[in-house]
Every structure is written in structure tokens, then in C-alpha cells.
Design a protein around this ligand. Structure first.
Ligand code: UDP
Length: 459
């Protein structure tokens, strides 16, 4: 009789990490592996509220929660406090959880945790697993090009390219390997132009990745070889298993932290093919009111149907009065939701382009559906993703700031029209979409890698 294995999966507590790790978990569970998904208590509560039915007893994945040591969401917004607290309390809670599972298993081997998959941002979980004699793998939610720069942090410091806090000392192009395109200093993935304190905290956390990565036997990447071949060549151990995409059955429980508003799908049904601009800036981007107004005016003036995700916390100032008037003016061609079922939206035939912040998940979701991208990065790896999108794969255009640091309404209008009118971009999008589909189809490179990883887990 084949013994079942029990895998524990632990994401970093943020939207862009929970979704891809949950997709990976579903893929693994499809092969008959028992799975426990560990969130922080705060994320667990949000996932359960936004995805009713996910914790159904009959469900193949068990969701559990451990504390992050913080009392309030206000404290969680402070990246320094958050990362410090997680590092201080979560390893102990994780160990207790694994011991508890062992105790409850009454000696039945199949019930005990035999494998741990940790998000690259919670490398301390690998240390816990190693101490407890559990096999382990790292999962990397950002691109492999981002991972290359993260793993090279010690060399960049040694070479005097950055200081110990990740701030750039030489503003030249950065060459990491002769096989790889040089990085612009603004593309270094810990970049937070508007917030040096956050940059320091993120950099500190990323600096430990090189150390923790030595503790795992596999490095799983949500990307595909054909997309980032040169970056993969720099990290020979990295295993391409992406793009992880939500199957139709998963659409209902992808692990969104907010309730998805599906009314926009009916709205999309009423529009012709390739006519709608989808606008969404992920889970954390924040605009000042002035920038928000410019984007709104730009969309209004483009007079193209648009679907815009406006999270209640997307601005750091009050915009509700403006929004009332705006919605009234664009009522015949604009639709606004607080959170969309994004993968279903991007797969909808009426979507013509995606105005995005270039988070890696959003980027992959756009690429997998062959949707041209309009890029307005906000922080971290999003600048690098924008460079890949616009300069390497040529599947989108940047929406650039003016001398006041603002993206003007004029720029939005012009770039919407340019991206919609570009045959070259559309052709490149369809080519990349085809490559993505192939890599995860029977016999495709990513699917083969995923299957061999699952064999390893089951062995
Ligand atoms: N997302 C969604 N609905 C929205 C906006 C975003 O479901 O209205 C999902 C999107 O599909 C993606 C994730 O949230 O999987 C965002 O991850 P990404 O890496 O793009 O950006 P982050 O939020 O981490 O900045």
C-alpha cells in the first residue's frame, strides 16, 4: 500500500504570497498528498471570511493558524515591527504546531509532517524543519530574475555596489553574470523609492535568503524556463514550475484576502471582444489623492470601457467626494469594484489590456492570458518586472511620471491608446501566452518539473 505523505506549506503573510502557495498546494493535493496550510491568525481570519467553504471538513487542504506576535493591524502595517515580531515568535509556534500534529497522529506515520515548503520570505521555517528532521523545499513567489539579485546580495555588498542597508552606492548598470542582462540600479528588488525605512526592513529580510536557501533541497519558482532562460541559467538548482494558474474549480477559492466582487463578470459579458481596460494595482499599492485623480481623469478621457479595482485603502487621503462625481460621469462605460476575481477577469475575451502595478502574480496572470500590459510599478520587484515586460518580452508599455513625479491624465490616455494600437505587442503577448500554456501542459517543462518534485515529496 502506498503511504500518504503529509506536507506543511507556509506562505509569507501577504496576498501575493498566499495565492501562489495555495495554487501550488492544490497541485500537490491533486496527487493524493495530505496538506496543511499555515497562515498567521490575522491572514487566516481574512482568508476564511473571503472564501466561505474553504475550511469545509471534506476539503483536501487543512487550514491552520499561528500567531505573529502582533496585537493590531495598525502594528502589522509597520514592516519593521512586523518582520521583527514574526522572526521572534513564529519559529516557536511553528515547532509547537508540528509537535502537536505528531502527538495527535498517535504514532501513525502518514499523519506526521514529512515535508515542509516554505515561502522564500519565511526562511526561518526551514531552520525549524531542519532541526526537526523534516525534508524541505523553498518556494519563490517573485520572478527568477528577482531571485538572482536577492541571492547575489552578499556579492553586491562585497563589490561596493550597495551598502549594508541595500542603498545603491554606484549608479551604474549592475552585471551579475555574463549570461544575464545587466540590472538597472532602480530595478534592485528591495527598492522602495518613497519609503527608505521600509526598504531597509525588506532588504534585511531578503539578505537572509542566501543563508536560508542552503537549508532546502529544492528551490521552486513560479516561472517557466522559456520566459526567464538566462536567469534560470544563473541558478542551476532553481526548478521552474509555473505559471501556477487557477483551474476553473479553484476560481472560487484562490485565497483572496478580500471578498471578490463577481458582478464585474456579467458587466464584462456585455462588452465586445478586446474592448475593456482592466485596471488593478494589487493588494498594497497606495496613491496620493492627486495621483489617483490623474489616473481617474486619464481613464475618463480615454473613453474606452474600463473595469477599475479601487480598494478602500488605495489612497492615503479622502477621495470619496471626487469618486461620486467621477462614477456619475463615467457610468456608461466605467465599472468600479473593491476587489475583482482577477484571473477570471483576465481570461475574459472582452479584456483588451491590463493597467497594472506589475506585481509578479499579476504579471504572470496577464502573460498567461495574452493580455498587453500597461505598467506603473509601486515598489520592490515591480520595477524589475516592468523592465522585463517593456524591454525584454515587449508585451507592454510603461506609464511614466512627469517632472512632478506624477503620471498625468494625458500620459494615461496616450499610453492606453498606444498599447491598444500596437500589433507588435499583441503578437508578442500571444506568443508568450502560447509558451506559458505549453510549459504547463502534458510534456511541458514546468509540468514535468512539478511532477518530479511531487515524486520527491512522495518518495
Ligand atoms: N488580485 C485579485 N483581485 C484584485 C486584485 C488582485 O484577485 O482585485 C490578486 C491577483 O490575481 C494576484 C494577487 O491578488 O494573484 C496580487 O499579487 P501581485 O503579486 O500581483 O501583487 P501584490 O498584491 O503582491 O502587490
Amino acid at each position: 500500500m502506498v503511504k500518504l505523505k503529509h506536507v506543511l506549506v507556509i506562505p509569507f503573510p501577504a496576498q501575493g504570497h498566499v495565492i501562489p502557495l495555495l495554487k501550488l498546494s492544490h497541485c500537490i493535493a491533486d496527487y493524493g498528498v495530505k496538506l496543511t496550510f499555515v497562515n498567521t491568525e490575522s491572514i487566516h481570519a481574512q482568508v476564511m471570511t473571503a472564501n466561505p467553504g474553504l475550511d469545509d471538513e471534506s476539503h483536501r487542504i487543512k487550514f491552520v493558524a499561528i500567531p505573529d506576535g502582533l496585537e493590531t493591524d495598525e502594528e502589522r502595517k509597520d514592516p519593521i515591527k512586523r518582520l521583527d515580531s514574526m522572526l521572534r515568535v513564529m519559529p516557536g509556534h511553528l515547532q509547537e504546531l508540528i509537535e502537536k500534529v505528531k502527538k495527535q497522529s498517535n504514532g501513525i506515520e502518514d499523519e506526521q509532517i514529512s515535508f515542509l515548503i516554505a515561502d522564500v520570505m519565511v526562511g526561518w521555517a526551514l531552520e525549524v524543519a531542519e532541526r526537526m528532521g523534516i525534508e524541505r523545499a523553498t518556494f519563490c513567489p517573485p520572478s527568477v530574475s528577482a531571485l538572482v539579485s536577492i541571492l547575489h546580495i552578499p556579492k553586491l555588498i562585497e563589490g561596493g555596489v550597495i551598502d549594508n542597508n541595500g542603498f545603491v552606492l554606484k549608479n551604474d548598470l549592475i552585471r551579475i553574470s555574463k549570461d544575464l542582462r545587466s540590472y538597472k540600479s532602480s530595478d534592485l528588488v528591495w527598492s522602495c523609492p518613497e519609503d527608505p525605512a521600509t526598504q531597509k526592513a525588506i532588504f534585511k529580510s531578503l539578505s537572509s535568503v542566501a543563508h536560508y536557501s542552503k537549508l532546502s533541497n529544492s528551490f521552486l519558482c513560479n516561472s517557466f524556463h522559456e520566459l526567464e532562460a538566462s536567469a534560470f541559467s544563473v541558478i542551476p538548482g532553481a526548478l521552474a514550475i509555473g505559471p501556477l494558474i487557477a483551474s476553473a474549480q479553484l476560481f472560487q477559492c484562490r485565497g483572496s484576502l478580500r471578498k471578490e466582487d463577481s458582478t464585474c463578470l456579467n458587466w464584462l459579458d456585455q462588452h465586445p471582444a478586446l474592448s475593456v481596460i482592466y485596471v488593478a494595482f494589487g493588494s498594497t499599492t497606495v496613491f496620493g489623492p492627486e495621483q489617483f485623480y490623474e489616473i481617474a481623469h486619464g481613464l475618463e478621457q480615454a473613453t474606452q470601457p474600463f473595469l477599475w479595482v479601487i480598494r478602500p485603502d488605495i489612497t492615503d487621503g479622502a477621495v470619496s467626494e471626487f469618486l461620486d462625481g467621477f462614477l456619475q460621469r463615467v457610468r456608461n462605460y466605467g465599472k468600479v469594484v473593491q476587489w475583482a476575481p482577477q484571473e477570471e477577469v483576465l481570461a475574459h475575451p472582452s479584456v483588451a489590456c491590463f493597467f497594472t502595478h506589475c506585481g509578479w502574480n499579476s504579471t504572470l496572470e496577464g502573460l498567461s492570458n495574452g493580455v498587453p500590459l500597461l505598467c506603473r510599478p509601486y515598489f520592490t520587484d515591480q520595477f524589475l518586472n516592468k523592465s522585463l515586460i517593456c524591454d525584454v518580452w515587449k508585451v507592454g508599455l510603461g506609464v511614466d511620471s512627469d517632472e512632478n513625479g506624477l503620471i498625468s491624465r494625458h500620459e494615461v490616455r496616450e499610453k492606453v491608446s498606444a498599447v491598444l494600437g500596437s500589433d507588435e505587442i499583441r503578437e508578442n503577448c500571444l506568443r508568450v501566452k502560447e509558451m506559458a500554456r505549453k510549459s504547463i501542459s502534458e510534456g511541458g517543462s514546468s509540468l514535468k518539473n512539478l511532477q518530479s518534485f511531487i515524486e520527491l515529496v512522495k518518495a
